[in-house]
Design a protein around this ligand. Structure first.
Ligand code: IMP
Length: 180
């Protein structure tokens, strides 16, 4: 275990099994009308690459980088799209892949934006769901692997100050690392 990690929440094997299970569900749900799988960078990159290999459908992929600002109300105007989609999503199923759902500020805006582009459907697959977090909207994950509490977690794509993304497990960061 990395010296900055307090404890492991989900092991490599637990993640592998959960991603496999999720891929199976997505394969069944979208059979006949494969989605465009949209990764929200950077945190989703490892989850998405594993999930794609567990979805037995011919999916297109694309990526977005979005930064939200403002606190109270969230609208599609309140998100800064740093990198937009290359794909026309009109009439298509879109599956957004996110690392962790916290306040849902960014995803609420991104989902609104993609719905406005006349997608057939826009759903969310999140690796982790901070279930007790204060949400800015009633947005929920349509698919998820694990629930977590109000702790700062790293690994398997998730960072603190761009570090720890390459850890094979998901762990709780020692508070002294982000408090210093
Ligand atoms: P939201 O818009 O508040 O839902 O923020 C979601 C984003 O914040 C995620 O995509 C992560 O990049 C980041 N984030 C939230 N909680 C954590 C955490 O515990 N560890 C690492 N990143 C986090």
């Amino acid at each position: 275990m990395h010296a900055d990690v307090e404890r492991i929440l989900f092991t490599e094997e637990q993640i592998k099994n959960a991603v496999k299970e999720l891929g199976k569900r997505i394969t069944e749900d979208y059979a006949g009308d494969p989605p465009i799988v949209v990764g929200i960078l950077k945190g989703s990159f490892i989850f998405m690459s594993d999930l794609m290999r567990e979805i037995d459908l011919n999916c297109d992929i694309d990526f977005m980088i979005a930064k939200s600002y403002g606190n109270a109300t969230v609208s599609s105007g309140a998100v800064n799209i740093v990198k937009d989609l290359d794909t026309d999503i009109t009439g298509r199923n879109v599956l957004i892949v996110e690392d962790i759902l916290d306040t849902a500020r960014t995803l609420t805006a991104v989902k609104d934006l993609l719905m406005d582009r006349s997608a057939k459907s826009v759903k969310i697959a999140a690796l982790l769901d901070k279930v007790t977090a204060q949400r800015v909207s009633d947005l929920t994950a349509d698919y998820k692997c694990f629930d977590v509490g109000n702790e700062f977690v790293v690994g398997y794509g998730l960072d603190f100050a761009e570090k720890y993304r390459g850890l094979k497990y998901i762990g709780v960061l020692k508070p002294e690392i982000y408090e210093r």
